[in-house]
Design a protein around this ligand. Structure first.
Ligand code: WQD
Length: 342
């Protein structure tokens, strides 16, 4: 076995961090990305971090011809699949685009993997599959349901993988349910780089800290939580990336398929994150209390024990690491864009 990985969506926020972690672990990685949701200069910045020019195929996951050519031209022994649409709000507005990219995408990928004799896949899933949970700590056995088209595509993809494995026992599958990714690589060269005003909390706090938004809108202050605001399990993107390396290694060394949460097990409120980001950027960020956001739940928090048991995975970074690294990234990214005249 060599250690050749095809990383679909590898130029995106989470994918680029997984790329760095895989290179550091000694893997050869090919990035397969259509760059719809990634800057074209990410590969150059990845080269600055890793010291080697990334192997990049600019193509769409739905482009069977490109995918087949990719598998014919290189000898992979695993795929880590992130290429997908990922906005809950957008999925409500454009469900068919989400079904096409996220569900047809994984079907085409699995068909081409089968054709190429490839057996190992790590799949990027989401805690969104837990729907509207009441449990304060979510084990993988918690009830799943879909409350939006995005969550539907993730849950359906998990079920497709399970059915594919039932038909081909040789398929080794690692399913990783992400909680709330946050933060950035310490170099400040890669990070969450949304191409419009973001919906997610951390990138929106970054916009407030940069002065691009006047204040944070706090969606709901009447939740049944200590300070009334929503609780989430934020996980540093570098911890998340390391979870993928451990998942790939578990498939490679133990052929042990798995479905695990990737989270810290610690719930943090909106107001706690606002306070932490204020400390990171060195000034008190303003906020305005707003009504609850449609579709939001009181708490999403992982029971992280299975990932520890199966993968030996534990998070190492805390909320301040997330906010400090995010602030470092957005400041450097802003100066880079100003120098480019963006
Ligand atoms: C976090 C908390 C908001 C913005 C989403 C997706 C999920 C995953 C991660 C892909 C909530 C509050 C937010 C703001 C706020 N993505 N908030 N003001 O909704 O937990 O999860 O991103 O896999 O699938 O659903 O993340 O960052 O949007 O919200 O008060 O301007 O911050 O109400 O309590 P969420 P989020």
């Amino acid at each position: 076995m060599t250690k050749q990985v095809l990383l679909t969506g590898g130029a995106g926020y989470i994918g680029s961090h997984i790329y760095v972690a895989l290179i550091a672990a000694g893997y050869d990685v090919t990035i397969y990305d259509n760059f719809d949701n990634a800057s074209k200069d990410v590969p150059d910045r990845l080269e600055q971090i890793t010291g080697q020019k990334p192997d990049v195929i600019e193509a769409d996951i739905l482009d069977r011809t490109s995918l087949r050519a990719c598998f014919s031209s290189r000898k992979f022994d695993a795929v880590i699949h992130l290429a997908a649409r990922k906005s809950v709000a957008e999925s409500v507005a454009r469900p068919l685009d989400y079904f096409e990219t996220n569900i047809a995408g994984i079907i085409i990928l699995l068909q081409e993997m089968e054709r190429a004799g490839l057996k190992d896949i790590v799949f990027s899933s989401s805690a969104t599959v837990y729907g509207h949970p009441e449990q304060k700590s979510l084990p993988e056995t918690a009830e799943v349901s879909h409350t939006n088209p995005y969550g539907f595509t993730k849950l359906t993809s998990e079920q497709i993988l399970s059915q594919a494995q039932a038909a081909d026992a040789g398929l080794n599958v690692g399913i990783l349910r992400y909680f709330n990714p946050a933060g950035a690589h310490p170099s400040g060269l890669i990070g969450d780089d949304p191409n419009s005003l973001p919906n997610n909390l951390l990138p929106y706090l970054a916009e407030v800290a940069l002065g691009n938004a006047p204040h944070l809108n706090v969606f709901g202050t009447d939740y049944d939580t200590p300070d009334g605001t929503g609780l989430r399990d934020y996980i540093h993107v570098d911890d998340l990336a390391r979870g993928h390396v451990l998942s790939r290694a578990t498939l490679l060394d133990k052929q042990c398929s798995h479905l695990v949460n990737l989270g810290t097990g610690r719930a943090v409120s909106v107001m706690e994150m606002l306070k932490a980001y204020s400390a990171a950027c060195g000034r008190n960020l303003r906020h305005k209390n707003q009504p609850r956001r449609a579709g939001d739940v009181t708490i999403y928090c992982a029971d992280p024990s299975l990932a520890k048991r199966i993968l030996g995975f534990e998070t190492t970074k805390d909320v301040m690491d997330m906010c400090n690294s995010s602030w470092n990234w957005v400041q450097k990214n802003k100066s880079r864009n100003e120098m480019k005249g963006d």
